[in-house]
Design a binder for this molecule. Structure first.
Ligand SMILES: [Zn+2]
Length: 226
């Protein structure tokens, strides 16, 4: 079985194909070999504008970019792809939208969810070490997962909160983490910069008067997995 067959199973794309998998190197990985997966657009696949999501005529192609995917057998995996730019009638010249990554991220969306998932079980530092990535990458993945949760999940019925602080790795900056710790629903709700009263006020402003009134219990630390 070829690796492309596995990739088509776990991360299938309609308009792109996994053309080739080869050994490569990565600065961050030191001497360890990595897997490089070359991606190309399908012959009939039109590029989509990242501004409006509509198909648009091609403009040019940018230099090849690397996007880190979930490691396989402990080997780091990178997607390699040269983004097309399109001349969108509505948005002007924009970079195309690709299904494996958003914006300027260097980690694929699937890898970011993977890291955020492990960050529920291990400390952020532990996740970074286990998967040979940086603390910042883990932090950003968790932050994105939390923001996604805030817009897509039901926030009603929050009664108990746990508040933790975590020191920014390499530096004296702190983050305030607020968890919902109700039985049956334990999750990281909110991440704030610094650990001051202002940070906390920002949290309550975000939570809103209605939901704040529903709170019954706040613990200073809850030993969250950071
Ligand atoms: Zn557009």
């Amino acid at each position: 079985m070829q690796l492309q067959t596995i990739l088509n199973q776990v991360e299938p794309f309609k308009s792109f194909l996994y053309r080739k998998v080869r050994w490569g190197t990565s600065e961050a990985e030191g001497d360890r070999p990595v897997l490089e997966v070359l991606i190309e657009p399908r012959a009939n696949g039109r590029a989509l504008c990242s501004g409006c999501g509509c198909a648009a005529p091609g403009y040019d192609r940018l230099a090849q970019r690397r996007f880190e995917f979930v490691p396989l057998w402990g080997i780091a995996v990178f997607f390699l792809y040269s983004m097309r730019r399109v001349a969108c009638p509505r948005c002007g010249v924009t970079v195309e939208q690709v299904p494996w990554c958003e914006g300027k991220h260097s980690l694929t969306t699937t890898y970011r969810w993977f890291l955020a998932g492990w960050a529920k079980r291990l400390s952020w530092k532990g996740v970074a070490e286990a998967f040979h990535t940086t603390w910042q990458n883990v932090f950003r993945s968790v932050k994105d997962a939390v923001s996604w949760g805030l817009t897509h999940r039901d926030l009603s019925g929050i009664e108990s909160l746990g508040v933790d602080e975590v020191q920014w790795q390499c530096g004296h900056k702190y983050l305030t983490l607020v968890y919902q710790i109700d039985s049956g629903c334990k999750r990281l709700l909110w991440i704030g910069q610094e650990r001051t009263t202002k940070t906390f006020l920002r949290f309550f402003r975000w939570l809103g008067k209605e939901r704040s009134r529903g709170l019954k219990f706040i613990a200073a630390t809850c030993g969250g997995p950071t």
